[in-house]
Design a binder for this molecule. Structure first.
Ligand SMILES: [Zn+2]
Length: 487
């Protein structure tokens, strides 16, 4: 009798200790994980694991803790033979499955199920970038900003902190996890719907090294497609636009203000993951989360299998970028040669149907290249620019002895829409002027942000700082552009 009692007690203790289900699992997939429940869960998990170290990235606009977890078998970043990977989710608060998936990844690490990939990978996990939006199930953050359009400007604490984390460790690979909504009147009228469980997007800005772009397209995309389909999740390479009878379709934006391309422009192998959202944030959350988990596991397996090659490609790309003499600052998707077939859900027959998309614009070209200068002179009196440099971790010299620079005169602005983005296209001329070195910081282009600096600081850039309200007026004085070039 007593033995049975002891046995029962032991099994209760055993199950209490091993019940490490995630909050979503404990709710039987009925309730999305709150910020507090997530914090408790990842704290318990990391406290109890030698592999995870929990830290605070920053506080959100509304003062909520945004956590990050350093995951390593050998001390994060200490083994230079390993590759560093950064994965972040839920910049958009109403895209819940990415957070749920990364909480599940924390569980798997806790249960030692990912220890083999950690043999080659040091991992930074940020399961929730936007807790303020998440708690309200809204896209934007607590300051009504779209975080995924803020990665060039860096005006929000959430994005600033993410870029400072990146700068500190310089991961070679990054992944930004989202969800897409396929439900719209225009697609309904077209009669078809995007219905893939998972879409991965690669880099599209052609200033990123070709070797990275090719590696993503030729090696990763087929690999992850196969990986997911073998596990009964459908896949597509991330596309935007349409329906194709009304609007062109293309791969994702060439802009560098999102979570994918802002790291890609620093020659990282960066991806975006877009899972299929529900009509409500909780609809199908079990399958949505499972799809995202599989996608992350396939992604990690790919990096594991290609660790040396990726590391070498990134090292070389970051070196080579310093020697590039031209940077494309006006870019456009055009039709090109790629014949694009998409498998869509036929809403009348409820079956998958493969269509040839006539107006798919797959290829990116440059409409304007500019010569990369040795550096830029940034007026000290524009304090917002100094803040911007600091937020990105861009190096600059406070004391220098430069007395001569090139200044742009803006003759006039032409309104322009390129890549579905409104912008003002200035017509410029340039002349040499004498300056007082004490009035300017010198930002050399010989640094990690090399191509990004040119795209951000050139006045003719269709995606540069001048296109943002915060900077537009500060960067022009009369008809002079206030940032100067050192050629
Ligand atoms: Zn999103």
């Amino acid at each position: 009798m007593r033995n049975i009692f002891v046995l029962v007690l032991l099994s209760i203790l055993f199950f209490a200790c091993t019940d490490h289900r995630t909050p979503l699992e404990k709710s039987d997939f009925q309730k999305l994980t709150s910020h507090q429940d997530m914090m408790n869960y990842i704290k318990e998990s990391s406290d109890d694991s030698d592999l995870m170290e929990l830290d605070t990235l920053t506080l959100s606009n509304k003062g909520r803790v945004i956590p990050f977890i350093k995951v390593s078998t050998s001390g994060f970043g200490k083994d230079s033979n390993k590759i560093k990977v950064m994965i972040f989710a839920q910049q958009h608060g109403n895209e819940q499955s990415g957070k749920e998936a990364l909480i599940n990844i924390v569980k798997r690490i806790y249960e030692s199920k990912l220890t083999y990939v950690l043999g080659k990978i040091d991992l930074l996990l940020i399961p929730q970038m936007n807790p303020d939006g998440s708690e309200l199930d809204e896209r934007r953050n607590g300051n009504d900003a779209d975080l995924n359009r803020d990665h060039l400007l860096l005006s929000q604490p959430e994005t600033i902190a993410l870029h400072q984390l990146f700068k500190k460790y310089q991961p070679q690979v990054t992944l930004d996890i989202h969800e897409y909504r396929p439900f719209s009147k225009s697609w309904e009228a077209f009669g078809f719907q995007k219905n893939w469980d998972e879409q991965f997007g690669t880099l599209t800005n052609i200033n990123v090294d070709d070797e990275i772009l090719n590696f993503q397209k030729q090696k990763f995309i087929p690999y992850i497609q196969n990986f997911l389909e073998e596990r009964d999740f459908t896949f597509n390479e991330y596309v935007v636009g349409g329906p194709p009878n009304l609007e062109r379709m293309r791969y994702s934006t060439i802009d560098i203000n999102d979570g994918r391309q802002s790291f890609g422009i620093l020659n990282s192998m960066s991806f975006i993951l877009e899972g299929l959202n529900g009509r409500t944030s909780v609809e199908n959350i079990e399958r949505r989360t499972e799809g995202q988990i599989r996608a992350v596991l396939g992604f990690l397996e790919f990096v594991y299998n290609n660790k040396n090659e990726i590391r070498d490609v990134i090292r070389k790309s970051r070196e080579d970028a310093l020697n590039l003499s031209k940077v494309a600052v006006r870019l456009e998707h055009i039709k090109g040669d790629e014949q694009k077939f998409l498998t869509l859900l036929n809403l009348k027959t409820d079956t998958d149907t493969t269509l040839l998309i006539d107006n798919f614009h797959a290829k990116v070209i440059s409409n304007l290249d500019v010569e990369k200068p040795k550096g830029y002179l940034i007026p000290k009196k524009i304090v917002e620019l100094k803040t911007w440099l600091d937020n990105h971790g861009i190096f600059y010299e406070v004391n220098h002895s430069l007395t001569e620079a090139d200044q742009y005169t803006i003759e006039n602005f032409v309104d322009s829409v390129d890549e579905e983005l409104e912008n003002q296209y200035p017509q410029v001329s340039s002349e040499k002027i004498n300056i007082n070195p004490n009035d300017f910081y010198f930002v050399p282009t010989n640094q990690l942000h090399t191509n990004m600096l040119v795209i951000a600081l050139e006045p003719q850039s269709q995606i540069g700082l001048i296109q943002y309200d915060l900077f537009k007026e500060k960067l022009t004085e009369e008809n002079k552009y206030t940032i100067l070039r050192i050629n």
